[in-house]
Design a protein around this ligand. Structure first.
Ligand code: DP6
Length: 361
Protein backbone atom coordinates (compact mmCIF):
# COMPACT_ATOMS: atom_id res chain seq x y z
CA UNK A 1 0.00 0.00 0.00
CA UNK A 2 2.19 2.87 -1.26
CA UNK A 3 0.39 6.10 -0.69
CA UNK A 4 1.04 9.47 0.86
CA UNK A 5 0.34 8.28 4.41
CA UNK A 6 2.62 5.26 4.22
CA UNK A 7 5.44 7.28 2.66
CA UNK A 8 5.13 9.85 5.44
CA UNK A 9 5.25 7.26 8.20
CA UNK A 10 8.69 5.88 7.35
CA UNK A 11 9.64 5.23 10.96
CA UNK A 12 7.35 3.17 13.10
CA UNK A 13 5.63 5.27 15.74
CA UNK A 14 6.24 4.31 19.37
CA UNK A 15 3.12 4.41 21.51
CA UNK A 16 2.65 4.51 25.27
CA UNK A 17 -0.28 3.15 27.25
CA UNK A 18 -2.60 5.94 28.25
CA UNK A 19 -6.16 7.14 28.63
CA UNK A 20 -7.64 10.40 27.51
CA UNK A 21 -10.44 12.44 26.03
CA UNK A 22 -10.33 14.26 22.68
CA UNK A 23 -12.99 16.30 20.87
CA UNK A 24 -13.56 18.26 17.69
CA UNK A 25 -16.30 20.11 15.89
CA UNK A 26 -16.23 19.78 12.12
CA UNK A 27 -18.49 21.67 9.69
CA UNK A 28 -20.29 20.37 6.65
CA UNK A 29 -19.39 21.62 3.16
CA UNK A 30 -21.16 22.25 -0.11
CA UNK A 31 -19.49 21.34 -3.40
CA UNK A 32 -19.41 23.92 -6.19
CA UNK A 33 -17.63 21.56 -8.60
CA UNK A 34 -19.06 18.15 -7.76
CA UNK A 35 -17.43 14.84 -6.89
CA UNK A 36 -19.61 12.17 -8.47
CA UNK A 37 -17.94 8.88 -9.40
CA UNK A 38 -14.99 7.15 -7.77
CA UNK A 39 -12.53 4.28 -8.17
CA UNK A 40 -10.17 2.11 -6.11
CA UNK A 41 -9.88 3.10 -2.43
CA UNK A 42 -12.02 6.27 -2.42
CA UNK A 43 -10.15 7.93 -5.28
CA UNK A 44 -12.33 10.51 -7.10
CA UNK A 45 -12.88 10.33 -10.84
CA UNK A 46 -12.48 14.09 -11.01
CA UNK A 47 -11.28 16.85 -8.69
CA UNK A 48 -13.95 18.76 -6.77
CA UNK A 49 -14.10 22.15 -5.09
CA UNK A 50 -16.24 23.12 -2.13
CA UNK A 51 -17.09 25.78 0.35
CA UNK A 52 -16.81 24.92 4.03
CA UNK A 53 -19.86 25.95 6.04
CA UNK A 54 -20.18 27.26 9.56
CA UNK A 55 -23.50 26.56 11.28
CA UNK A 56 -24.06 22.95 10.16
CA UNK A 57 -21.44 20.93 12.04
CA UNK A 58 -20.85 17.71 13.96
CA UNK A 59 -19.30 17.58 17.43
CA UNK A 60 -17.51 14.36 18.34
CA UNK A 61 -15.83 13.40 21.61
CA UNK A 62 -13.86 10.22 22.13
CA UNK A 63 -12.91 8.80 25.50
CA UNK A 64 -10.15 6.35 24.84
CA UNK A 65 -7.83 3.97 26.60
CA UNK A 66 -4.85 2.50 24.82
CA UNK A 67 -3.13 -0.58 26.15
CA UNK A 68 -0.64 -2.40 23.91
CA UNK A 69 -1.37 -5.58 25.90
CA UNK A 70 -5.05 -5.44 24.98
CA UNK A 71 -5.64 -7.16 21.65
CA UNK A 72 -9.36 -6.72 21.01
CA UNK A 73 -10.87 -3.39 20.06
CA UNK A 74 -13.77 -2.25 22.15
CA UNK A 75 -16.10 0.37 20.73
CA UNK A 76 -19.30 2.03 21.81
CA UNK A 77 -21.06 4.78 19.90
CA UNK A 78 -23.85 7.14 20.79
CA UNK A 79 -25.46 9.73 18.53
CA UNK A 80 -27.19 12.57 20.33
CA UNK A 81 -27.12 10.57 23.52
CA UNK A 82 -28.63 7.39 22.08
CA UNK A 83 -27.02 4.13 21.00
CA UNK A 84 -27.11 3.75 17.21
CA UNK A 85 -26.39 0.22 16.01
CA UNK A 86 -26.29 1.10 12.29
CA UNK A 87 -23.78 3.94 12.79
CA UNK A 88 -21.74 1.83 15.18
CA UNK A 89 -21.38 -0.89 12.52
CA UNK A 90 -20.28 1.68 9.94
CA UNK A 91 -17.71 3.12 12.34
CA UNK A 92 -16.43 -0.35 13.19
CA UNK A 93 -15.87 -1.12 9.50
CA UNK A 94 -14.14 2.25 9.05
CA UNK A 95 -11.85 1.75 12.06
CA UNK A 96 -10.89 -1.74 10.84
CA UNK A 97 -10.08 -0.27 7.46
CA UNK A 98 -7.90 2.55 8.77
CA UNK A 99 -6.06 0.50 11.39
CA UNK A 100 -3.51 -0.17 8.63
CA UNK A 101 -2.64 3.53 9.04
CA UNK A 102 -3.21 3.88 12.78
CA UNK A 103 -2.11 0.49 14.18
CA UNK A 104 -2.66 1.61 17.81
CA UNK A 105 -6.40 1.44 17.11
CA UNK A 106 -6.43 -2.35 17.39
CA UNK A 107 -5.43 -1.98 21.05
CA UNK A 108 -7.92 0.68 22.02
CA UNK A 109 -11.22 0.96 23.83
CA UNK A 110 -13.24 3.85 22.44
CA UNK A 111 -16.38 5.55 23.72
CA UNK A 112 -17.51 7.79 20.86
CA UNK A 113 -20.17 10.45 21.39
CA UNK A 114 -21.40 12.49 18.46
CA UNK A 115 -24.06 15.12 17.80
CA UNK A 116 -25.08 17.46 15.01
CA UNK A 117 -25.86 21.17 15.25
CA UNK A 118 -28.64 20.71 12.70
CA UNK A 119 -31.78 18.61 13.15
CA UNK A 120 -31.13 14.98 12.34
CA UNK A 121 -34.29 14.89 10.27
CA UNK A 122 -33.34 17.88 8.09
CA UNK A 123 -32.04 15.70 5.28
CA UNK A 124 -28.67 17.49 5.28
CA UNK A 125 -25.90 15.08 4.33
CA UNK A 126 -24.01 14.63 7.56
CA UNK A 127 -21.34 12.18 6.47
CA UNK A 128 -18.86 14.96 5.61
CA UNK A 129 -19.02 16.63 9.03
CA UNK A 130 -19.34 13.32 10.90
CA UNK A 131 -16.39 11.58 9.25
CA UNK A 132 -14.37 14.80 9.39
CA UNK A 133 -14.89 15.15 13.15
CA UNK A 134 -14.09 11.48 13.73
CA UNK A 135 -10.87 11.63 11.68
CA UNK A 136 -9.72 14.77 13.53
CA UNK A 137 -10.31 13.05 16.88
CA UNK A 138 -8.29 10.02 15.75
CA UNK A 139 -5.32 12.16 14.70
CA UNK A 140 -5.50 13.99 18.05
CA UNK A 141 -5.50 10.62 19.81
CA UNK A 142 -2.43 9.57 17.88
CA UNK A 143 -0.62 12.75 18.93
CA UNK A 144 -1.42 12.05 22.57
CA UNK A 145 -0.54 8.36 22.50
CA UNK A 146 2.72 8.89 20.59
CA UNK A 147 3.60 11.99 22.62
CA UNK A 148 4.62 13.75 19.38
CA UNK A 149 3.10 16.73 17.63
CA UNK A 150 2.01 15.93 14.10
CA UNK A 151 3.39 18.36 11.50
CA UNK A 152 0.91 17.09 8.93
CA UNK A 153 -2.11 17.11 11.23
CA UNK A 154 -4.71 18.44 8.78
CA UNK A 155 -3.41 16.54 5.78
CA UNK A 156 -3.51 13.31 7.75
CA UNK A 157 -7.02 14.04 9.04
CA UNK A 158 -8.17 14.82 5.50
CA UNK A 159 -6.62 11.58 4.21
CA UNK A 160 -8.38 9.53 6.90
CA UNK A 161 -11.68 11.41 6.53
CA UNK A 162 -11.64 10.66 2.79
CA UNK A 163 -11.55 6.93 3.52
CA UNK A 164 -14.78 7.34 5.51
CA UNK A 165 -16.53 9.62 3.01
CA UNK A 166 -14.97 11.38 0.03
CA UNK A 167 -16.56 14.77 0.64
CA UNK A 168 -15.40 14.66 4.30
CA UNK A 169 -11.79 15.17 3.14
CA UNK A 170 -12.77 18.76 2.22
CA UNK A 171 -14.45 19.60 5.55
CA UNK A 172 -11.08 19.64 7.34
CA UNK A 173 -10.18 23.04 5.89
CA UNK A 174 -11.90 26.45 5.95
CA UNK A 175 -13.06 28.52 2.98
CA UNK A 176 -12.69 27.15 -0.54
CA UNK A 177 -11.26 23.63 -0.60
CA UNK A 178 -10.05 21.36 -3.39
CA UNK A 179 -9.89 17.58 -3.31
CA UNK A 180 -8.41 15.70 -6.25
CA UNK A 181 -5.33 15.94 -8.36
CA UNK A 182 -5.22 18.69 -10.97
CA UNK A 183 -2.34 20.38 -12.82
CA UNK A 184 -3.88 23.74 -11.84
CA UNK A 185 -2.72 23.39 -8.21
CA UNK A 186 0.61 21.61 -7.93
CA UNK A 187 0.08 20.52 -4.31
CA UNK A 188 -3.33 18.94 -5.05
CA UNK A 189 -3.87 15.23 -4.46
CA UNK A 190 -6.46 12.49 -4.90
CA UNK A 191 -5.62 11.34 -1.38
CA UNK A 192 -6.42 14.46 0.61
CA UNK A 193 -7.86 17.95 0.21
CA UNK A 194 -6.05 21.30 0.27
CA UNK A 195 -7.33 24.81 1.06
CA UNK A 196 -7.45 27.23 -1.86
CA UNK A 197 -6.21 30.72 -1.15
CA UNK A 198 -8.40 33.30 -2.80
CA UNK A 199 -6.89 36.75 -2.65
CA UNK A 200 -8.82 39.86 -3.49
CA UNK A 201 -12.23 38.31 -3.59
CA UNK A 202 -15.77 39.31 -3.09
CA UNK A 203 -16.77 35.90 -1.79
CA UNK A 204 -15.38 36.37 1.73
CA UNK A 205 -18.83 36.92 3.10
CA UNK A 206 -20.75 34.34 1.16
CA UNK A 207 -24.06 33.07 2.55
CA UNK A 208 -25.71 29.69 2.05
CA UNK A 209 -29.36 29.30 3.04
CA UNK A 210 -30.23 25.62 2.92
CA UNK A 211 -33.86 25.13 1.92
CA UNK A 212 -35.11 21.83 3.29
CA UNK A 213 -37.50 20.59 0.60
CA UNK A 214 -37.44 17.06 1.89
CA UNK A 215 -36.07 15.70 5.14
CA UNK A 216 -35.26 12.14 6.04
CA UNK A 217 -33.47 9.34 4.27
CA UNK A 218 -32.74 9.68 0.54
CA UNK A 219 -34.12 6.98 -1.76
CA UNK A 220 -30.67 6.40 -3.27
CA UNK A 221 -27.62 6.97 -1.06
CA UNK A 222 -24.53 8.80 -2.33
CA UNK A 223 -22.52 5.59 -2.14
CA UNK A 224 -25.05 3.81 -4.37
CA UNK A 225 -25.09 6.86 -6.68
CA UNK A 226 -21.31 6.80 -7.13
CA UNK A 227 -21.56 3.12 -8.07
CA UNK A 228 -24.25 3.74 -10.66
CA UNK A 229 -21.86 6.27 -12.26
CA UNK A 230 -19.56 3.31 -13.15
CA UNK A 231 -21.95 2.35 -15.94
CA UNK A 232 -23.32 5.77 -16.89
CA UNK A 233 -22.89 6.21 -20.67
CA UNK A 234 -22.07 9.92 -20.17
CA UNK A 235 -19.56 9.38 -17.35
CA UNK A 236 -16.37 10.20 -19.28
CA UNK A 237 -17.93 13.38 -20.67
CA UNK A 238 -18.99 14.38 -17.16
CA UNK A 239 -15.49 13.83 -15.69
CA UNK A 240 -14.04 15.94 -18.48
CA UNK A 241 -16.63 18.66 -17.89
CA UNK A 242 -15.78 18.76 -14.17
CA UNK A 243 -12.05 19.10 -14.89
CA UNK A 244 -12.78 21.89 -17.32
CA UNK A 245 -15.14 23.57 -14.85
CA UNK A 246 -12.36 23.58 -12.27
CA UNK A 247 -10.20 25.52 -14.71
CA UNK A 248 -13.04 27.98 -15.23
CA UNK A 249 -13.57 28.22 -11.47
CA UNK A 250 -9.92 29.05 -10.83
CA UNK A 251 -10.23 32.04 -13.16
CA UNK A 252 -13.57 33.08 -11.68
CA UNK A 253 -12.22 33.01 -8.12
CA UNK A 254 -9.16 35.03 -9.12
CA UNK A 255 -11.25 37.69 -10.78
CA UNK A 256 -14.18 37.77 -8.36
CA UNK A 257 -16.78 37.33 -11.08
CA UNK A 258 -20.10 36.70 -9.38
CA UNK A 259 -21.99 36.07 -12.62
CA UNK A 260 -19.51 33.44 -13.77
CA UNK A 261 -19.50 31.91 -10.28
CA UNK A 262 -23.28 31.51 -10.28
CA UNK A 263 -23.45 30.21 -13.85
CA UNK A 264 -20.84 27.55 -13.14
CA UNK A 265 -22.30 26.52 -9.79
CA UNK A 266 -25.76 26.02 -11.30
CA UNK A 267 -24.35 24.12 -14.31
CA UNK A 268 -22.59 21.74 -11.90
CA UNK A 269 -25.74 21.17 -9.84
CA UNK A 270 -27.87 20.37 -12.89
CA UNK A 271 -25.14 18.20 -14.39
CA UNK A 272 -24.96 16.17 -11.16
CA UNK A 273 -28.69 15.50 -11.31
CA UNK A 274 -28.51 14.79 -15.04
CA UNK A 275 -26.05 12.01 -14.18
CA UNK A 276 -28.57 10.56 -11.75
CA UNK A 277 -31.32 10.68 -14.35
CA UNK A 278 -29.21 9.10 -17.09
CA UNK A 279 -27.72 6.34 -14.90
CA UNK A 280 -28.59 2.69 -15.24
CA UNK A 281 -30.92 2.60 -13.41
CA UNK A 282 -31.83 6.26 -13.69
CA UNK A 283 -33.49 8.05 -10.78
CA UNK A 284 -34.74 11.49 -9.84
CA UNK A 285 -34.02 13.06 -6.45
CA UNK A 286 -35.38 16.52 -7.20
CA UNK A 287 -38.96 17.18 -6.08
CA UNK A 288 -41.58 19.56 -7.42
CA UNK A 289 -40.50 22.05 -4.73
CA UNK A 290 -36.87 21.86 -5.90
CA UNK A 291 -37.89 22.82 -9.45
CA UNK A 292 -40.17 25.62 -8.26
CA UNK A 293 -37.37 27.08 -6.14
CA UNK A 294 -34.95 26.95 -9.10
CA UNK A 295 -37.46 28.74 -11.30
CA UNK A 296 -38.18 31.44 -8.72
CA UNK A 297 -34.48 32.00 -7.96
CA UNK A 298 -33.74 32.57 -11.63
CA UNK A 299 -36.71 34.92 -12.01
CA UNK A 300 -35.70 36.88 -8.91
CA UNK A 301 -32.12 37.17 -10.15
CA UNK A 302 -33.25 38.44 -13.51
CA UNK A 303 -35.51 41.03 -11.92
CA UNK A 304 -33.07 42.29 -9.24
CA UNK A 305 -29.59 41.52 -10.62
CA UNK A 306 -28.67 40.41 -7.09
CA UNK A 307 -25.83 37.94 -6.72
CA UNK A 308 -27.58 34.73 -5.83
CA UNK A 309 -27.70 31.22 -7.28
CA UNK A 310 -28.51 27.65 -6.35
CA UNK A 311 -26.68 24.42 -5.99
CA UNK A 312 -27.88 20.95 -5.03
CA UNK A 313 -26.29 17.99 -3.36
CA UNK A 314 -27.48 14.43 -3.87
CA UNK A 315 -31.01 15.17 -2.71
CA UNK A 316 -34.02 17.46 -3.11
CA UNK A 317 -32.80 20.30 -0.87
CA UNK A 318 -31.58 23.53 -2.39
CA UNK A 319 -28.53 25.51 -1.27
CA UNK A 320 -29.07 29.16 -2.04
CA UNK A 321 -25.71 30.90 -2.17
CA UNK A 322 -25.64 34.67 -2.15
CA UNK A 323 -23.58 37.75 -1.53
CA UNK A 324 -23.97 39.05 2.04
CA UNK A 325 -24.40 42.52 0.53
CA UNK A 326 -27.98 41.50 -0.42
CA UNK A 327 -28.73 39.54 2.74
CA UNK A 328 -31.76 41.52 3.88
CA UNK A 329 -33.53 41.42 0.50
CA UNK A 330 -32.68 37.76 -0.18
CA UNK A 331 -33.99 36.69 3.21
CA UNK A 332 -37.23 38.58 2.54
CA UNK A 333 -37.46 36.77 -0.80
CA UNK A 334 -36.89 33.41 0.90
CA UNK A 335 -39.59 34.11 3.49
CA UNK A 336 -42.12 35.40 0.99
CA UNK A 337 -41.55 33.02 -1.94
CA UNK A 338 -39.50 29.96 -1.07
CA UNK A 339 -40.46 28.73 2.39
CA UNK A 340 -43.76 27.49 1.01
CA UNK A 341 -41.78 24.80 -0.88
CA UNK A 342 -39.88 23.70 2.24
CA UNK A 343 -40.94 20.88 4.52
CA UNK A 344 -42.53 22.56 7.54
CA UNK A 345 -40.96 25.82 6.39
CA UNK A 346 -37.48 24.60 7.36
CA UNK A 347 -34.44 26.62 6.31
CA UNK A 348 -30.92 26.71 7.75
CA UNK A 349 -29.14 30.02 7.30
CA UNK A 350 -25.48 29.15 6.98
CA UNK A 351 -22.36 30.92 5.71
CA UNK A 352 -18.78 30.33 4.68
CA UNK A 353 -16.93 29.14 7.75
CA UNK A 354 -13.56 29.07 9.42
CA UNK A 355 -13.16 25.29 9.64
CA UNK A 356 -13.02 22.66 12.39
CA UNK A 357 -12.29 23.54 16.01
CA UNK A 358 -10.59 21.49 18.68
CA UNK A 359 -12.55 21.28 21.93
CA UNK A 360 -10.84 22.29 25.15
CA UNK A 361 -11.53 19.22 27.26
C1 DP6 B 1 -23.23 15.02 -4.44
O1 DP6 B 1 -18.84 12.08 -0.14
O2 DP6 B 1 -21.23 11.48 0.34
O3 DP6 B 1 -22.41 15.68 -2.32
O4 DP6 B 1 -17.48 9.06 -0.69
O5 DP6 B 1 -19.43 7.55 -0.92
O6 DP6 B 1 -19.18 8.93 1.16
P1 DP6 B 1 -18.93 8.81 -0.35
O7 DP6 B 1 -19.81 9.95 -1.04
P2 DP6 B 1 -20.08 11.43 -0.59
O8 DP6 B 1 -20.53 12.07 -2.00
C2 DP6 B 1 -20.82 13.41 -2.08
C3 DP6 B 1 -21.50 13.71 -3.35
C4 DP6 B 1 -22.02 15.11 -3.54
C5 DP6 B 1 -21.01 15.99 -4.25
C6 DP6 B 1 -19.83 16.48 -3.45
O9 DP6 B 1 -19.95 16.68 -2.23
O10 DP6 B 1 -18.81 16.76 -4.10
Amino acid sequence: MRNWFMRKQKNKQKYMAREGLVGWTCPSNIALVKYWGKKDEQIPQNPSLSLTLSEAFTTTRIKYSYDPGQSAQNISFTFEGKKQAAFQDRIQIYLDQISAYLPFLTHCSLEIHSENSFPHSSGIASSASAMGALALCLVSMEEEISGKLNNNFQKQASFLARLGSGSASRSIFPGFVLWGSTPIWSDSSDEYAIPIQVEENSYKDIRDSILIVESGQKQVSSSAGHKIMDTNPFAETRFKQARNNLLRMEEILKQSMWNGFIELMEEEALSLHAMMMTGRPGYVLMKAGTLEIIRKVRDYRKATQHHLGFTLDAGANVHLLFDAAHEKEVKQFIDAELLTHCEQGQVIHDRMGTGPKKLNI
